[in-house]
Design a protein. Structure first.
Length: 271
């Protein structure tokens, strides 16, 4: 259900409002440069590892570390210096290759994504195939101080203490609270933890492991398992719970709250 609602939220979410001309160019990015009425000076140019690209009349032009707007200004100024009068120059990114983010954990296609200059959390999750049915109710974004992701950044107590970790409530996001739709930065690592679970066994229609949600009752857990069979008894439900490393059995009244890790057992009726 959470997966479906997130996809609905994606359709309703506004696009990130960052100006694409503020994107910082890096090595391997492919730029499209258009000079009005000058086809010989227009085309696609690959930024080399050194952060420069070869451009007609100007030779090697420095682009690495500059915004698209700054590259545009640099080319315009270069062409104005003795070549053209008031050239109309437009620079855009044809292919984003220099910057990445990582999406890890309970998503259908974990791994690296090319950062496209303006990307939100929902967009990144959608590009990763959305979350799995076992995803928890929270996503964790670990933000790189350098803005460059060479490898996934682990979620650690040290990172949290430095204030590099952003926690996003996916349940609020899917309910329409788009303030939770964080605008990402290059180098971010998104981690979607696996949800805590409960186990339902015995006389239910679909025994198995189910995602635990805060406030879940025995009745709700049994509903996830398809309900009690004709051979089962709602009065003979037990909860097996581990407390301080020891297994104990507690009342399985239908209104009782369950805890993560509980095993709910529905026994057969006497008659």
């Amino acid at each position: 259900m959470l997966t479906v609602l997130l996809l609905v939220a994606l359709q309703a979410a506004p696009a990130a409002n960052d100006d694409p001309r503020l994107y910082v160019v890096g090595s391997n990015d492919v730029l499209t440069i258009t000079v009005y009425n000058q086809p010989a000076l227009s085309g696609k140019f690959v930024v080399a590892a050194a952060g420069t690209f070869a451009y007609p009349l100007l030779g090697r032009v420095v682009a690495g570390g500059l915004s698209i707007r700054a590259v545009e200004d640099k080319v315009r100024q270069g062409l104005t210096g003795g070549f053209l009068k008031d050239p109309q120059v437009t620079v855009t990114v044809d292919q984003y290759r220099s910057q990445q983010i990582f999406v890890m954990g309970e998503v259908k296609q974990p791994g690296a994504l090319q950062f496209t200059g303006s990307m939100t959390l929902i967009e990144a999750l959608a590009r990763a195939g959305s979350i799995t049915d076992h995803a928890g109710a929270e996503a964790v974004i670990v933000r790189s101080a350098t803005g460059v992701a060479a490898a996934p950044v682990p979620t650690t107590a040290e990172n949290t203490a430095r204030g590099d970790t952003i926690r996003v409530d996916l349940l609020k996001l899917q309910s329409g609270t788009l303030t939770q739709n964080v605008t990402l930065r290059p180098g971010d690592t998104i981690f979607v933890p696996r949800a805590e679970t409960v186990f339902v066994s015995g006389q239910v229609r679909t025994p198995g492991e189910y995602v635990f949600r805060v406030g879940m009752t025995v009745r709700q857990a049994l509903a996830l398992a398809g309900g009690i069979t004709d051979r089962g008894s709602a009065r003979r439900v037990q909860i097996i719970r581990v407390v301080d490393g020891k297994e104990t059995t507690v009342s399985g009244d239908l209104q009782n709250a369950v805890k993560a890790g509980d095993t709910i057992v529905v026994n057969e009726r006497f008659f």
